[in-house]
Design a protein around this ligand. Structure first.
Ligand code: OGA
Ligand code: NI
Length: 364
């Protein structure tokens, strides 16, 4: 089973954001109003050009060796300087991408009673609801989530796989198979970009863990007061994020102290480095803090896949990436223990990774 907390949790009443939006379109309950320092300061944001790197996967798999080398260098720069990039020409059929979006959207549009047949229990991360809420006074994100463990089979909770919309399960299976292959390919290129053997991660990860989270962000009358999703880094090795067609801009990453928006590109997938790769590479490729903001008129859907090692795997910086100039910065730990630590703490920037740091920093 996926990790669950072993302590009792009292989260109080959690409003369903879609229902709130429907019944009282301009009301923002106090629990959703962020403290001053956390508010997204949207008015001050300059529209950012799309400088998040774009990787053309067809050039990486192609037969032109020079081109391949150039793309590997671009991937390396993207991982070192951004921790985020978008992949285009990823080879996943557009019907697969469209179908998952459709079932995800259809699921969120079901009546609340139907969705509540698959509740996310307090302190857990699978099912419909709000994850990472652990107390009655914690601020809430302007988001409805539906999350499922996919692989290996022991993390699946079949009771949470919905019977509606029709074909949800098959669609997710097909999608997950394709995304899994993409993750394996990307990890292979990431290994090569580090000068390592291509299959190093696949061998190390064992039967990899794959989970999906669908995030639905209804429009919000006061996007300046709320967050769609609080700042965090992902606990995965890598994450694949699909933004719904026609969605508003909402994903932002923290780059040199500034929040930069990720502009959606049609048919592209957003990839980011998670905490596991940061630890394995001894901080060469860092997981990057990111968040989601909301939009005054438009809703937004994202479908996010987390790909990580098996819970049994012991992790720590790889010997090849530790030397006198780059001393070991993270301890060795069991990935299952890290996952448990991740899902039993609220999202708080990169705080969670202090679990693994040899010298914990006091601020993120
Ligand atoms: C996540 C995430 C951002 C988004 O689910 O971990 O970062 O844009 N989502 O939905
Ligand atoms: Ni994330």
């Amino acid at each position: 089973m996926a990790p669950v907390p072993s302590f009792p949790i009292k989260v109080g009443h959690i409003d369903d954001v879609q229902e709130l939006r429907k019944t009282e379109p301009t009301k923002i309950p106090q629990r959703f109003v962020q403290d001053m320092s956390e508010r997204p300061k949207l008015a001050a944001m300059v529209p950012s050009p799309n400088d998040i790197p774009i990787i053309d996967l067809s050039k990486l798999v192609g037969s032109d060796r020079d081109e391949q080398g150039r793309q590997i260098m671009q991937l390396k720069t993207a991982c070192e300087e951004w921790g985020f990039f978008q992949v285009v020409n990823h080879g996943i059929d557009s019907s697969v991408v469209e179908n998952i979006e459709e079932v995800a959207k259809d699921f969120f549009m079901l009546p609340l009673e139907e969705k509540q047949k698959y509740p996310m229990a307090p302190g857990t991360v699978q099912g419909y609801g709000q994850a990472f809420v652990f107390s009655e006074n914690q601020k809430l994100d302007w988001c409805n989530m539906f999350a499922l463990g996919v692989e290996p089979p022991c993390i699946r909770n079949p009771e949470l796989w919905p019977s509606k919309p029709a074909h949800f399960g098959e669609t997710l299976e097909v999608y997950s198979r394709e995304i899994r292959q993409l993750c394996k390919n990307l990890l292979r290129y990431i290994a090569v970009s580090l000068g390592l053997k291509g299959d190093v991660f696949e061998e190390m990860f064992g039967e990899a863990v794959q989970a999906v989270r669908m995030n639905y962000y209804p429009s919000c009358s006061r996007p300046d007061l709320v967050l769609g999703l609080s700042p965090h880094s992902d606990g995965s090795a890598i994450t694949v994020l699909q933004q719904g067609k026609g969605s508003s801009v909402g994903l932002q990453i923290l780059k040199e102290g500034k929040w930069v928006s990720v502009q959606p590109i049609p048919n592209a997938l957003v990839i980011n480095i998670g905490d596991t790769i940061e630890v394995l590479t001894n901080g060469r490729y860092k997981s990057v803090e990111h968040r989601a903001v909301t939009h005054k008129e438009k809703d937004r859907l994202s479908i996010v896949t987390f790909y990580a090692p098996n819970y049994e795997v012991e992790l720590g910086p790889m010997a090849e990436l530790v030397d006198k100039k780059n001393p070991c910065r993270y301890r060795r730990y069991n990935h299952g223990d890290y996952s448990k630590h991740y899902v039993t703490n609220k999202l708080q920037g990169k705080r969670t990774l202090e679990f693994a740091k040899i010298e914990p920093e006091t601020s993120a």
